[in-house]
Structures are given as C-alpha cells and as structure tokens.
Design a binder for this molecule. Structure first.
Ligand code: 1GP
Length: 239
C-alpha cells in the first residue's frame, strides 16, 4: 500500500491523522533522537521533513538520520527543489497556488522533475494554500507571496476546489510555521464542503485542544512543528 493509499484508507475510516514536522534548519541533531523516540511512541502517523529555508545545507544528512531512527514513514515537505532525498518514503509535491510567484507555482517543480525521475520516492501532488495567520511568517517572506486573508472564505474554498479540479491529491491549508493563530475552524468546515481529497491543516497549532478542534472542523491531517519543541510530552499524550 502506498502512503497516499494509507491516507485515503484512514480518511475513509474517519480516522484523523497527525503529522510531525521536523525542520532541518531548526532541529538540533543532538536532541533529534529523543524527539523521534517520543514521536515513535505517540499517535503521530507520519513524519514530515523540510521547511521554507535550507540554510544549513544538510537536508540529505538530516533525512537519512531521521529515517535511521524512525520506523514511521518519512515524507518530504519541500521548501525548494534542493530538499529532495532518496532516503525519504514520499514527497508532497507542492505548488503554492495561493500566490503568483512562478518559482513556487511551477519552476521549482520543473527543477525537481529530473531528480524525482531517478528515485522511487512516492510523489503526492498537493495544492498548497497560504493563509494569513496574524504575522508575517518565513514562508511568506521566502516565497514572496501574500497569504489569503481568512476573511476571504470564498476565495479560499475556490482555490482549494481548483486544486482538486487540477487533479491534485491533497489540499494543504497553511498559516506558516509559528503563525500567531491557526486556520480558523469555519474555513476548514467550508473548504471541507467543497473537496473530497484529503485536507491538511498546519501552522500555529499549539496544543491538543487545537489539534482536536481542527480535526473536528474537518481536517483529515493536522501538522505540528513548533509545538513539539515547546512541550512534546503534552502534545503527544494519547487522547
Ligand atoms: C506546517 O508550517 C507548519 O504546516 C508547522 O507550523 O511550526 O507552527 O506548527 P508550526
């Protein structure tokens, strides 16, 4: 079974999913093993690796390290075509469809294509939609694109539906890492009425209460990054 098939099957069973995001630029390799041990014991389904920046230039080494410690599948969440490692199990092949920057709409994907052709990583085409989370986040800065205001519900749901019509396999509603507030429940509900493909929600989700509320609103997958830094034990408590 592919990772995408596993996601679809959980969605069908109405099993909510939780992904942990490990960003090579903000992880300390020393504490990484301990964090992965906690992840392994938790309900987290899959591990995402990646981020908007690649200052440390250690993506390959980092992904190999995560893969060597974790038994859970590792999915690349790339900030650019530089973040591809054949040791990962899959890649979210993102297109930043809320923005008008050709680099993140199609150019990085063209750069990535010949690299992916040579690997057998599973590719999951994903429409990536950046929303305003109350402060300028790294993804906004790096991508040079404006997030959609969370007041513009119609635009958000139309963008998500366009992703599905284009044949993308998932929609990712993103407020950016460290957002002041996450995607609002009303937005998730509205988007959910329009799409059948799995809905991923991330950015600024701080605790168990918020994870549950995003799941209840209709997110199939919730992604947490920073909160794992702050207090992994609380976050990873089983329900
Ligand atoms: C993944 O960018 C997020 O979508 C992660 O955000 O670090 O705020 O959890 P946080």
């Amino acid at each position: 079974m592919t990772i995408y098939q596993k996601i679809l099957s959980k969605k069908k069973q109405k099993e909510k999913m939780l992904f942990a995001l490990l960003d090579p630029d903000s992880e300390n390799l020393g504490s990484l093993e301990r964090k992965i041990e906690l992840i392994e014991k938790s309900e987290i389904d899959f591990i995402l690796v990646g981020g908007s920046t690649s200052w440390n230039n250690n993506f390959e080494r980092f992904t190999e390290k995560v893969k060597s410690v974790a038994s859970k599948a590792v999915i690349i969440f790339p900030g650019s075509a530089e973040q591809i490692s054949s040791s990962a199990d899959a890649i979210l092949f993102l297109s930043l469809i809320s923005g008008k920057n050709p680099k993140y709409l199609i150019e990085e994907q063209i750069k990535a294509a010949p690299i992916l052709k040579k690997t057998d990583i599973e590719v999951i085409p994903t429409g990536y939609i950046l929303l305003d989370g109350g402060r300028k986040t790294t993804v906004e800065f790096v991508s040079g694109t404006k997030p959609i205001s969370q007041d513009d519900v119609e635009k958000i749901k139309d963008t998500a539906y366009a992703a599905q019509l284009l044949g993308m396999k998932m929609v990712y509603l993103e407020c950016g890492s460290g957002a002041r507030y996450p995607v609002k429940d009303e937005i998730i509900k509205r988007v959910k009425e329009y799409i059948e493909i799995p809905l991923v929600v991330g950015g600024g989700i701080k605790d168990r209460k918020e994870i549950d509320s995003k799941h209840r609103a209709g997110a199939d997958i919730v992604v947490v990054g920073n909160a794992l830094e702050d207090d992994p034990t609380i976050l990873l408590e089983k329900k």
